[in-house]
Design a protein. Structure first.
Length: 320
């Protein structure tokens, strides 16, 4: 199938656009149109679409787009369920020296590739994270806290281009990333053990932290813009709770801030117990004052993160 969906192969590819998809045919069509209508010269980039076990019309859609597309469109299939597996498959196949990543539920700006190219020339970073604008026209829930914006992959921390460091409270989102191919040759690909296979989570965050910890240069570029679709179910308390729980599981596997001297109780860093008690007290106190208080729900989500962390650690202990 891959050879059927390749057209006009050439050796001038500078940027490989990587898009992983799973059963989002309608949204995928919008995403593909936004990429294939770029003003960037079509002979200088390729598009790799990685199908992660879709059962809808994804294959036929990609075939139709490839037949009329000016840039090279390559269809790849990844049978192991999980976004990191799909991403790493595409990284191995990519021919560009710059790899640009977006999602199947996102629409890139018309100058997306041009801006990415300019930023690598002007700032010489190893990795770029761009602005992610929520594609949402409804009302935000009253309980939706600023820290919950990661749930919808929204990212817009600065009006100016600035280099990112590990002290930032949040890092660029995977819906709008670009990196030199050398980054993956030097640091490896996305970790494949962080998510449960249903909600892609933290693989982009972990990669960025790995690059920064090894003295890499990560740029936030607000002119590199992606609009990210926000379905109604993502703005429900149930989804947000589960997102934070899986985030806690991922944090456990990332082993952040855990040096050999960090004191632990039953495999859990001691400071996390104190933090959980503080969040529980704040949640209860604010709930008593106002049951609808959004601060109470914020502290509840932090407890869900703690629960996910503990659940993952205890699962590993029981296996051993």
């Amino acid at each position: 199938m891959q050879s059927e969906l390749m057209a006009g192969l050439n050796n001038n590819i500078e940027i490989s656009v990587i898009l992983c998809t799973y059963n989002r045919e309608v949204l995928l069509a919008r995403a593909l149109d936004s990429i294939l209508s770029q003003g960037f010269p079509p002979d200088r980039f390729e598009l790799l679409v990685v199908d992660n076990n879709s059962s809808d019309g994804t294959v036929d859609l990609v075939r139709r787009k490839a037949e009329t597309a000016k840039p090279v469109v390559r269809y790849l299939f990844e049978g192991r369920q999980g976004k990191s597996f799909a991403l790493n498959h595409a990284i191995r196949e990519a021919r560009g020296e710059i790899l640009a990543f977006t999602d199947d539920d996102a629409r890139v700006a018309s100058d997306w590739l041009e801006r990415i190219d300019q930023c690598f020339i002007q700032y010489q970073p190893d990795l770029i994270g761009g602005r992610v604008v929520p594609d949402w026209t409804g009302e935000w829930p009253d309980w939706f806290f600023p820290e919950h914006r990661s749930v919808i992959a929204a990212f817009n921390p600065s009006p100016e281009a600035v280099f990112v460091n590990l002290d930032w409270p949040s890092l660029p989102a995977g819906a709008n990333l670009a990196a030199r191919a050398e980054v993956f040759r030097r640091h490896g690909g996305f970790r494949e053990d962080l998510s449960d296979g249903t909600i892609p989570l933290c693989e982009d965050n972990e990669l960025i932290q790995r690059v920064l910890r090894n003295s890499g240069r990560v740029l936030y570029a607000p002119d590199v813009v992606v609009h990210h679709h926000v379905p109604p179910e993502r703005l429900t308390r149930r989804y947000v709770r589960r997102w934070w729980m899986i985030g806690g599981m991922a944090s456990s596997r990332m082993c952040l801030d855990e040096g050999p001297g960090v004191p632990k109780i039953l495999g859990i860093p001691r400071w996390m117990y104190r933090q959980a008690l503080d969040n529980f007290g704040c949640m209860v106190g604010r709930f008593i004052i106002n049951p609808c208080c959004r601060e109470a729900f914020y502290h509840e989500t932090r407890l869900w993160s703690f629960y996910g962390f503990v659940k993952d650690r205890w699962t590993k202990r029981n296996r051993t």
